[in-house]
Design a protein around this ligand. Structure first.
Ligand code: ZN
Ligand code: ZN
Length: 113
């Protein structure tokens, strides 16, 4: 851990494709919308995650029926975060760049195993 490389040098937000970020250390991340929505850092989403609903996500043979996360708007907040407005009206999640770097879905960043 030498220094802080979580300052994006380039951010590309597509309301239909997701978010691409190039980081200060040269790392590139692509965040599909589903992934962003699932990792919404706001309090209500986090408590949902912790509620004890047994098997709310059954292994389905028809993954296409899963509701797809969509954006109606996205905006950067200062120099430290991005805020997304989802089509279901949800907009309280403030995705700090620190958080985004943490949830980078690439094989390099994902915890192995
Ligand atoms: Zn949320
Ligand atoms: Zn990564």
């Amino acid at each position: 851990m030498a220094g802080k490389n979580t300052d994006p040098t380039h951010i590309d937000i597509s309301l239909s494709q997701g978010v691409d970020i190039t980081w200060g250390d040269g790392h590139k991340s692509h965040y599909p919308l589903d992934h962003l929505r699932q990792n919404c850092p706001c309090a209500s989403c986090r408590s949902e995650e912790h509620s004890s609903q047994p098997s709310s996500q059954p292994a389905s043979a028809l993954p296409m029926f899963k509701p797809t996360a969509r954006l109606t708007n996205a905006e950067t907040v200062g120099r430290y975060a991005v805020r997304f407005l989802w089509t279901d009206g949800h907009s309280t999640g403030l995705y700090s760049f620190d958080h985004l770097r943490e949830i980078c879905p690439c094989p390099e960043c994902a915890p192995s195993g």
